[in-house]
Design a binder for this molecule. Structure first.
Ligand code: EPU
Length: 339
């Protein structure tokens, strides 16, 4: 059954906590709900549509003149398993971290490093979420959903998803045209932990034997120590992508900035830590109005309380300009700005 709410405040549905409204909020838990809603309220067909998962990667600049679709598809279904792997279809509306916890409790490897990422399962393929050496694309087999333009159900294989660093076809060409209903993940029953990233190995060892549970616990501890809880301090995780430079550009930047963390990519390019650049440029903890750079992770911008989207955007643009002037590096936003 669908639920339609007019003049809906989005304050609790975007992790920055920006106080804006949408014309309508439409929750659907089955694909047919969408058709039923449009049949009962035909004027909704004319409204601009936007799909929200957890709202944890969005920056609203003003009220949204349209209808927000909130997919609430639930549940887990095993679609295949053998001695080594299990394929699990998970509803787009399941909280991402509940899914991770479920996998860890069942002893299935693959998503433990993605513990505590805010948002819903349906958003994971959209921006190819990643952390601590793992990206969602490594465990996604298929994405199922509904094409809002053709009103057809469609499935995308991993290749068709066109995954890249924090992006996919769903964040580009199909943005707000395709509503994810479920995601099929392939998890390992006898996997290996990925623990080379940063402090992960050390923190996991402090917790005891390396294990799935300890890997999850270590990631949770590290995240809690650096990343602000959006329920307490509005934020959308990393505001910028880590820039990907040619090997030569990265090497000359590292000469100029000793200690700059460099991460080789699968190609010839090198990813550099944007947080280090922003920190080094002196932005950590700085504020502009009610927006600020988080004092423990310079890649995260926060709402100190009552900030507008424009204030946060202004701060982000000042950072982009400064980083370009100081280091010649263009910082691209990871967060999606909604005008
Ligand atoms: N650093 C600083 N100062 C800072 C922040 C970072 O010097 O203020 C240095 C750190 O010391 C570290 C390096 O930069 O050596 C990287 O920092 P961190 O491990 O915190 O990761 P990140 O590159 O800043 C990325 C992801 C995060 C993810 C972490 C861990 C992106 C845009 N961000 O951040 O993802 O949790 O790695 O894997 O790729 C997100 O996308 O919203 C997000 C939080």
């Amino acid at each position: 059954m669908f639920k339609l709410i007019p003049n809906f405040s989005l304050r609790h549905n975007n992790s920055f906590g920006i106080d804006v409204c949408a014309n309508y909020w439409l929750t659907i838990s089955e694909v047919k709900d969408l058709d039923e809603a449009m049949t009962k309220y035909p004027h909704l067909r004319e409204e601009t549509k936007m799909i929200i998962g957890g709202g944890s990667n969005l920056l609203f600049l003003s009220d949204f003149d349209g209808v927000i679709l909130s997919p609430d598809f639930c549940g887990y279904e095993i679609s295949y398993q053998d001695d080594l792997v299990i394929e699990l279809e998970v509803g787009a509306g399941v909280e991402w971290d509940d899914f991770v916890e479920y996998c860890v409790e069942h002893g299935w490897y693959g998503v433990e490093n993605l513990s505590l990422i805010p948002g819903k399962v349906g958003a994971a393929p959209v921006q190819n979420i990643g952390a601590y050496g793992v990206e969602a694309e490594q465990v996604i087999v298929k994405v199922n959903g509904f094409n809002l333009e053709t009103s057809e159900l469609e499935s995308y294989t991993r290749e068709q998803c066109q995954f890249s660093y924090r992006s996919s076809i769903f964040k580009e060409k199909m943005l707000n045209r395709f509503m994810v209903t479920s995601v099929v993940f392939r998890l390992q029953k006898r996997g290996e932990l990925v623990s080379e990233y940063g402090d992960l190995n050390r923190v996991m060892k402090e917790l005891g034997e390396p294990s799935l549970k300890n890997a999850r616990e270590a990631v949770i501890q590290i995240r809690r120590s650096k990343l602000p809880d959006p329920k307490i301090l509005g934020n959308a995780g990393s505001f910028f992508r880590n820039p990907v430079l040619s090997a030569r550009e990265a090497a000359s930047l590292a000469d100029f900035l000793p200690g700059l963390p460099l991460y080789p990519t699968s190609g010839k390019e090198v990813k550099v830590a944007a947080g280090f650049l922003i920190d080094h440029a002196g932005w950590k903890g700085r504020r502009l109005g009610r927006a600020a750079v988080h004092d423990r992770q310079a890649l995260v911008l926060v709402n100190l309380g009552g900030a507008t989207g424009a204030e946060i955007l202004e701060l982000s643009m000042a950072i982009q300009q400064d980083i370009f002037e100081k280091y010649g590096v263009v910082l691209e936003r990871e967060v999606q700005v909604v005008e």
